[in-house]
Design a protein around this ligand. Sequence first.
Ligand SMILES: *Cc1c(COP(=O)(O)O)cnc(C)c1O
Length: 455
Amino acid sequence: MDKTKFILDEKDMPTRWYNILPDLPEPLPPVLHPGTGKPVTPDDMAPLFPMDIVMQEFSPERYIDIPEEVQAIYRIWRPTVLHRAYRLEKALDTPAKIFYKYEGTSPAGSHKPNTAVAQAYYNKKAGVKRLATETGAGQWGSALALGCMYFGLECKVYMVKVSYNQKPYRRIMMETWGAKCVASPSTDTKAGREILSKDPNSPGSLGIAISEAVEDAVTTKNTKYSIGSVANHVLLHQTVIGQETKKQMEMAGFYPDIIVGCIGGGSNFAGMFLPFVKDKIERKKPNLRIICVEPQSCPSLTKGIYAYDFGDTVGMTPLFKMFTLGHTFMPPPVHAGGLRYHGMAPIICHLYRLGLVEAQAVPQVATFEAGVTFARTEGFVSAPETNHAIRVTIDEALKCKQSGESKVILLAHSGHGYFDMAAYESYLSNKLQDYDYPETEVKKALASLPKVPGA
Ligand SMILES: *Cc1c(COP(=O)(O)O)cnc(C)c1O
């Protein structure tokens, strides 16, 4: 009998994170200081992050040991399971072999705790007492609340006001783990008060919430800031996913022809594919295809331009070289809140430009159709973000049906959709809509890209 799932022993969990930086065929463009146009130094980052994290952001080491304290927490739900999607294959009547690595079994229900736990640990080790962060729909906020709970840190989450009011369950989850969560803009910061004085009914935005969290971190004693995606160190922490999967694919006796994942800031999918892209860079697997899937309404890689831009909407962060739709771009309100980001992880952008990964944009309704097919075959109800990756997995499997090829497709399954029932309801009652690519809005936003001093 062929196996349905591939389970690693706790002792086979990775003990090191894989850092792609030394293996890149060309070095990553530096992050720039917006005032001087000079590369950002570790000292510039020190007010926001503990030094261990700062050093990981720039590290030339191929492998970085995972501290035993972090491994002990990972072991509560890791290694996660790699599944073979027999029922999905059968329903599609495809000769393709579909595998999925499921990150929905973490306590917060996604991959995000892989970095939240590590960040909480390094802050604790540096004597930090409290972390501040922002969250949109609440996935990152709940993951950091969990990480802080494990290491006895206080946690303050600035949650975008519309989500705070519309989606109370993630907030209650954060509070259950002991975090404080306020609607942003809040009266707790100068940035929040200024916005409220101009517009008391401001619905908030991720950019405003970032401004509040950063201000909190730099003005409050013993407090630092924490980020849930995009940054090199976040992608690094997520590589436990891909390293486990490599071993599990070996157990299954296959190597993927195609790896598919969704990208918001890029952390879950990079965590999956970075250990595999190494094989492609080393020309051991030159034909491996890695497909990054993004929403048609927020298509950073497929429609953005490769330029220096701010990481946030307000323009407080350093400048990152990335495919961007412009930091002032406000994506349409698709349900996949985790994919509504104007930019993309610099590491993914660099690999995309080098032709080592590809990208596809998909419309919202088709992603839910795929998610429901997945739920009605494999059973798992997936996050709206993950549904983007499921869409392309199914499309590739159907291409195999056409061609008769029995390709091995590996899906990075980033999390469950249990807090997204309203979105499923909207799909099931035919109320869900697609949003066209907002071309004029993107043009406007791209016109306000920052000028890089000296460039
Ligand atoms: C946050 C989130 C994403 C998008 O973030 P990445 O950094 O691109 O991984 C995708 N899926 C789920 C379930 C998420 O919570």
